[in-house]
Structure formats: C-alpha cells, structure tokens
Design a binder for this molecule. Structure first.
Ligand code: PLP
Length: 311
C-alpha cells in the first residue's frame, strides 16, 4: 500500500487527499472565494482548537459564507481526517468555499451560492526548512508589498496570496528561506504562513497591522507574560528588523523559530537568540504537557457497542 499523504473530507465523503478535487466552476477556484484555517494535531491532540474555530468563524462571517455544519460536526470531521491519516503529527485544514452559483453557472449572485465545508489532514510541516530550527532562518525583506487591509482584510485567513507568492519568489531567488513583506506604508507586516517578532533591549515586539493575528502569535504573548517579558504590538521598520538583538517568527507550522539573517545582515552575533530559544523551548514544553490540547479521541463518534451475538 502506498504511504498516506493525508485524508480529506469533501462532498460528505472521506478520501485520500490526492484524490480530493473541487469543481472547476467553484468560485473558490475561479475567484479565491474561500476562507480557511489550519490547526495542528500533535500526538493525538489538537492545539488551541477553540481559538482556531473562533478565527475560522470570524473569517466566514467576513466573506459571508456559512459552513453547512455545526462546530461539533466540524470538530468531529477534523478529528476523523487526522485519525484516518495515521500521522503522529499533522496539520488539519478547514475551508469554507462559496460553492457553486445557482444552476452551476460560472458567474452569479454570491448570496445565492451553496457554501461548502472541506477539511483535510496532511503531515505536520515546518514553515522554513527543518534544518533551520537549529541554525536559524534567513528572511528576505521583499520589494513586493502586502495587500493593504482596506483591500483584503488580512485578519481574515484567505487564499488571495499573489503578494505572498511573488515575495516568496524574491526570497528564494535571493537564496533566503522566506520573505517578509512591508505594508504600503513601509512597515513590517508578516510572511507567508508566519508572524514576525523582534527583541530589542529586552522588549519583545511584533507588528500589529495588516496581518493575520496568528494563534501562535497569541501564544507568544502568553509565554512572554508568564516569563515576565514585556511584549507589545508596534510599528516596525525594515531597519528595526535588521538591527534587532534577536528576531524570530511564529507559526502553527513550527512554533517559534529563530531568524539569524535578514537580507545580508546577520542578526545579533549571527546565532539564534537566547531569549528566542527560551520562548521556543517553553512553547514545546507546554505543548508536551498538554497545553490547550483537545484529544482527537474525545471528538470522534463513539463506537457503537456490538450487540450480543453479532459477528
Ligand atoms: N500570517 C499568515 C499570512 C499565515 O498564513 C499564518 C498561518 O498560516 C500566520 C501568519 C501564522 O498564524 P498561526 O500562528 O495561526 O499559524
């Protein structure tokens, strides 16, 4: 049997993720008319499930789609996808698509579409190459700017990623691991799949505007508060990033990851920062201890007891 690439739930059925498709005329494909979220499942438990679901619901409300299932049903489907995939660690995607227009037409009134819920589990991934976890990542401040909130509200988790992808090309062409995008006002926003942080003179700071408010970003605020570190959202420039004592990124895909190079400028002494290391260690230590963990088994449908004498 070939190795599992993951399991998807689509059109009411579970299937291998590489067999799952959406119709060509679904506006999710033709117009990126879809919102999503990504939850990690680690050693049999989801992390911060309620926060992810709440953000997903906010995203749905913003683009005016309604998943055709309750939170409990969504959680059960997500747990099924993760469990059936058989990975020790996975990322579970949930999507609500606009769904086809009335009569299956290619265009139409978005209010009259039939919204769809899709979920799938894939192996857990790190947002930068895994070997960078020890050495630190190389970020690239891209020329491409982040689409402003006034056009695309980046607090809504969306697939309108032309800016992120163009910036990713810039970063990879320059030999870096990932880009950071500035806003049209010239402030640091975020990168594809992660929030950005600096530590300067003992203060931990992260941008506050024109970005997705990551669940891991929220974790970092919590971890800083526990450790007695001052942490705040602030406008940060490219110079703030390059001249910081420490830089790190936060993401569901990897937790807290040190950055040691921004463009051609080593950060601090060029090694992963000590405070960053403590925040990262605490993040994984607390997760191992069951921090905000929801066991998948608690979400699955209970098995029906077998009737006496049944095969
Ligand atoms: N920013 C963007 C654009 C993202 O896509 C993501 C996550 O995928 C993040 C930030 C980090 O968010 P989280 O910590 O919830 O994974």
């Amino acid at each position: 049997m070939s190795e599992s690439k993951g399991i998807a739930y689509i059109q009411g059925r579970y299937m291998p993720v590489d067999e799952a498709t959406i119709p060509l005329l679904d506006p999710a494909f033709t117009k990126s008319d879809v919102v999503f979220d990504v939850v990690s499942a680690w050693d049999g438990a989801f992390f911060k499930l309620a926060e992810h679901l709440a953000r997903f619901r906010r995203s749905c409300e913003y683009i005016r789609v309604r998943p055709p299932c309750s939170d409990d049903e969504m959680c059960r489907i997500m747990a099924e996808c993760a469990t059936r995939s058989g990975f020790d660690h996975s990322c579970v995607y949930i999507l609500c698509t606009r769904g086809s227009y009335a009569g299956g037409a290619a265009t139409g009134d978005p209010r009259k579409s039939e919204n769809k819920f899709i979920a799938y589990a894939v192996p857990y991934y790190w947002i930068v190459p895994k070997e960078r976890l020890n050495s630190g990542a190389h970020l690239w401040i891209a020329d491409t700017r982040r689409a402003p909130d006034a056009a695309i509200n980046q607090r809504v988790k969306n697939f309108n990623r032309m800016d992120l992808t163009r910036a990713q090309f810039e970063a990879l062409d320059a030999g870096a691991d990932a880009p950071v995008l500035l806003s049209t006002d010239g402030f640091i926003t975020e990168g594809p799949g992660f929030n950005v942080w600096i530590i300067q003179d003992g203060k931990v700071r992260t941008p506050g505007d024109n970005l997705l408010e990551g669940i891991t970003r929220q974790c970092v605020f919590e971890l800083c508060a526990e450790a007695g570190l001052q942490a705040e959202a602030a406008d940060l420039t490219a110079a703030d990033l390059q001249n910081a004592d420490e830089v790190f990124i936060s993401s569901t895909g990897g937790g807290v990851i040190a950055v040691t190079l921004v463009n051609d400028k080593p950060i601090g002494n060029g090694a992963p920062g000590i405070t960053t290391g403590k925040i990262s260690d605490n993040y994984w230590k607390k997760r191992a201890e069951g921090w905000e963990a929801t066991p998948l088994a608690d979400l699955l449908e209970p098995e029906m007891p077998q009737a006496a004498g049944a095969d």
